[in-house]
Design a protein around this ligand. Structure first.
Ligand code: V47
Ligand code: SF4
Length: 380
């Protein structure tokens, strides 16, 4: 274990600038760092320094444990009324014939394929289309629940909710109550992109605003539920925009305590309208995980989404603040392979995930969506 004393010793002997050492001291005293200090870390701290701090926070919160679950995704459609510049996946509604739109029964057939498997979660999200409205989803959720009551439904983002509720002429609150009554258990973190309005308008114009995204999560949390939060980084945003994004999440988390995990999502540049922008380096990915871990002191978990970042970088990130690798996925998502991820058919067996975590020197823990322990892999 990496304790406070050894960390302080390394830093006291180093030639790091005083301003960085002051931040380190705060972190080791479990004090919150400021907005400006967050930016300073991005601008001036090198990877080794960030790793020491992020590891300290990570171990304080999660010891040597790394979490994963047994899950699969359903993408009800890849057709979308929006046209986010970074999206490689969606087909505009006018090119509908190039996409798919699953019916409730077709989705149920996908769920039934897992009848004899111990999956605990289905993650449902995709494009936004008029046909998949409030009735479609309440019908879908209640049918999944009557078929398999213990399967946790983690589904839809404020992007979909905002569109669906507006069309159904119900408030966010009324809509979320209906979704919950139908069987929705928690919300994934998507659609957050970058909260700065100028950047958001450029890369994801037209879909739900920052305030709408935050408001839907706040209402959901206040109803006693949980959700995740993502950040799409490594495109046209600045370090200030990243800290601003995390700062808004930190403030909401102070209020509600409803977020389970923060998930940084690296912009991948294949076949989308932002393909001319180079992807950031692996070093920058690791620095970003570390700064997130240090800044978001009120988030229990930082997730490294291996389907997007690739399994090797995901494994490395476990030494830079992350403690969660999402799940087995079973080759059920296309969002990242279409955007250029090295994971073309994302699928890992439990044993592969366990081996990957163990060879990083950590203890694998299979969890459910809400981080209840299903199995700890200490020996096998
Ligand atoms: O909001 C789309 C991102 C998100 C690209 O909560 C891209 O457990 C990079 O939110 N390059 C949806 N990213 C996926 C998502 C998610 C994934 C895994 C786990 C959880 C969770 C949530 O995917 C979108 C967008 O930010 N995305 N295109 C791209 N080219
Ligand atoms: Fe539609 Fe989501 Fe793609 Fe944006 S990121 S175009 S909302 S599917």
């Amino acid at each position: 274990m990496f304790n406070k004393n050894s960390a302080e010793l390394i830093l006291s002997k180093s030639s790091y600038p005083e301003e960085l050492k002051r931040i380190a001291k705060k972190v080791f005293n479990n004090e919150r760092i400021s907005f400006e200090e967050g930016i300073l870390l991005y601008q001036k701290a090198e990877l080794g320094f960030l790793g020491i701090l992020a590891n300290y926070v990570r171990e304080n919160k999660n010891g040597n444990y790394v979490y994963f679950n047994h899950n699969f995704h359903v993408e009800p459609t890849n057709v979308c009324v929006y046209s986010c510049a970074f999206c490689s996946y969606s087909r505009l509604i006018k090119n509908k014939d190039q996409g798919w739109e699953l019916s409730v029964n077709e989705i149920l057939d996908i769920v039934k394929k897992y009848d004899n498997q111990d999956v605990t979660e289905v993650h449902i999200t995709g494009g936004v289309v008029p046909k998949q409205d409030l009735k479609f989803y309440t019908d879908l959720f209640s049918k999944i629940k009557s078929y398999r009551p213990n399967l946790h439904i983690k589904a839809l983002t404020p992007v979909e909710f905002h569109y669906i509720f507006k069309k159904a002429k119900v408030s966010y609150e009324e809509g979320l109550i209906l979704m919950k009554e139908a069987g929705l258990d928690s919300l994934p973190g998507g659609g957050a992109e970058i909260f700065n309005t100028e950047i958001r308008d450029k890369i994801a114009g037209g879909k739900c605003s920052t305030d709408e995204w935050l408001s839907i999560h706040e209402i959901w949390h206040k109803m006693g539920n949980h959700s995740n939060a993502t950040m799409l980084y490594g495109h046209i945003e600045s370090y200030e925009h990243r800290i601003d994004h995390m700062d808004r999440l930190r403030k909401l988390q102070d209020k509600t305590k409803g977020f389970n995990a923060f998930i940084p999502l690296k912009f991948r540049n294949k076949d989308n309208a932002m393909a001319h922008i180079n992807e950031v380096s692996v070093i920058e990915d690791l620095r970003n995980y570390a700064v997130s871990r240090i800044y978001l002191d009120n988030f229990a978990h930082i997730k490294s989404y291996w389907a997007m970042i690739g399994r090797s970088t995901a494994q490395l990130s476990l030494n830079f603040g992350t403690d969660d690798l999402d799940g087995t996925i079973d080759d059920t998502t296309k969002i990242y392979s279409m955007a250029g991820s090295e994971e073309k058919n994302p699928k890992l067996t439990t044993q592969e995930l366990v081996d990957l975590i163990k060879s990083a020197g950590k203890i694998p823990v299979q969890r459910d969506t809400l981080y209840n322990v299903v199995k700890e892999y200490t020996n096998n």
